[in-house]
Ligand binder design. Structure first.
Ligand code: TZD
Ligand code: CA
Length: 459
């Protein structure tokens, strides 16, 4: 019996790897309500039956359940209608990814039929609460002794940040950001901002809640009620507690602001964060890096984050003031923040984008550097180099798992990797070198990588 070759034909391997990378991105898109239309390549119709190489078998099944709809048109003539349907499904709240598989010979076929109607077609869906609901909710809020406002990612995605500020100020209450939030719905510089909630059990525009590690506790303490607003019926239905309203967040916040009375307690400002000390010992602590970015980064800077062990310090320190200032992988799938930084920079040409990437995560989609170089996309990639999977070390502690192997990522020189892709790069271990490297990157209008050593590296 001939030994089975373990070598998969490169095409299959690549196809399989492509699928695996795509599923991570798809889970982030699904969890962040990203209105995404994916047109997937498919073998030519005549070869699908024999499942020739590159056939996507049962294509419409592949992306489920991480899509709102997936479809492979039965004939080429249906492709325009399928794409039109996909666009409207993706954009309607709760927004989300859709998938259309198109056999490649369809693209050569002249379609007939009245497709021009599709170009003028539009779909409007609105989720406004009734006056009765708003009166009921505002009564509950006005009669509550204490109110805490927890804001989630969809406030930022629906451009409702200003409505959230008006509502928090009308009500005069402290504001937290929902656990593991992939966007920033409220200015971290606002006096009412209290920080990000921990991701364990112990809300607006957020799933209730995006827990992470399991830490038993009460969902709600005694005499506490939760009123949750979301654009997503699935989030409302799966919430473990509370009165949940599926609604347009900006509309609800604005109309509620006119019905609520300010709470009399003064909002206790969150603990002031001591400015970090100048770096020494040959590395720059993450806290110091964030404090320096607050001073050096141009107004309106947008951050993508995938430095997992420093996310709490980022929320404690980084000044995020405008809508669309922060992006993080909504499903926690690494490999998001470097390509996302490129997409965000293409979408926001007048704002600079800084990608804060861990030295472990950076390896998941390091090829984003090639794209940045080829298309001259001026992202500033900052690699926080601590030589280890810091967040996994923390998680190993949560699980009481000791001596876990494979936790370190030593001896990676990101400056040589970056230069190999055509991106200017340097490595810094002290404040003044970081300051000159970052200022040069801002002035250069070119993609730049700055490797920042953020801990004493095991040699
Ligand atoms: C695709 C993928 N693989 C693995 C993980 C597990 N994981 C891993 C591997 C982390 C370590 C990231 O290390 P880093 O160097 O990028 O950042 P820190 O050192 O700051 O944690 S955090 C985390 O959730 C993941 N979330 N997503
Ligand atoms: Ca690391």
């Amino acid at each position: 019996m001939k030994a089975r070759s373990l070598e998969l034909p490169m095409g299959m391997l690549k196809q399989r790897d492509k699928r695996r990378n795509a599923m991570g991105a798809l889970s982030n898109a699904w969890n962040s309500h990203t209105p995404l239309v994916i047109t997937a390549g498919q073998q030519t119709r005549t070869m699908m039956g024999v499942e020739a190489l590159l056939t996507n078998i049962e294509a419409a099944q592949l992306p489920k359940p991480l899509v709102k709809w997936s479809h492979e048109p039965a004939i080429a003539n249906e492709v325009p209608h399928a794409i039109s349907r996909a666009i409207h499904i993706a954009g309607a709240e709760a927004a989300g990814p859709v998938y259309v598989s198109i056999p490649y010979n369809d693209w050569d076929i002249e379609v007939d039929g009245e497709n021009e109607h599709l170009l003028k077609k539009n779909v409007t869906s609105s989720q406004c609460l009734s006056e009765q609901d708003l009166l009921f909710i505002s009564h509950k809020i006005n009669s509550a002794q204490k109110v805490a406002l927890v804001l989630g990612t969809d406030v930022d995605r629906q451009f409702a940040n200003l409505s959230a500020i008006r509502f928090a100020e009308a009500l005069n209450v402290p504001v937290w950001v929902a656990p593991s939030s992939p966007r920033c719905p409220f200015p971290t510089t606002h006096a009412y901002f209290q920080g990000i909630l921990p991701a364990s059990i112990a809300v607006f525009g957020a799933p209730v809640f995006r827990y992470h590690q399991y830490e038993p506790g009460q969902y709600l303490s005694e005499h506490t009620e939760l009123i949750a607003f979301t654009c997503d019926i699935q989030e409302a239905a799966r919430a473990a507690m509370g009165l949940c309203y599926v609604s347009d967040l900006g509309d609800s916040l604005t109309r509620l602001s006119q019905k609520v009375h300010a709470k009399t307690d003064t909002v206790v400002h969150r603990h002031t964060i001591e400015l970090s000390q100048p770096s020494e010992n040959g590395y720059i602590k993450p806290e110091r890096l964030f404090d320096m970015l607050n001073i050096l980064a141009p107004d309106g800077t947008i951050y993508t984050n995938e430095s997992t062990s420093t996310t709490n310090a980022l929320w404690d320190r980084l000044s995020l003031t405008e809508q669309g200032s922060y992006y993080f992988a909504a499903a926690g799938g690494l490999g998001f923040a470097m390509p996302a930084a490129i997409g965000v920079q293409l979408a926001h040409k007048t704002r600079r984008v800084v990608a804060l990437i861990g030295d472990g995560s950076a390896n998941y989609s390091i090829t984003a550097l090639w794209t940045a170089a080829q298309y001259k996309i001026p992202v500033i990639f900052i690699i926080l180099k601590n030589g280890t999977y810091g967040a996994l070390r923390w998680f190993a502690g949560v699980l009481n798992a000791e001596h876990v192997p494979g936790m370190d990522v030593p001896d990676i020189d990101f400056t040589h990797i970056a230069k190999g892709y055509g991106v200017d790069a340097c490595s810094v271990t002290n404040d003044s070198d970081f300051i000159s490297a970052f200022n040069k990157a801002v002035d250069s209008e070119q993609p730049t990588l700055i490797e920042v050593v953020t801990a004493e590296l095991k040699l």
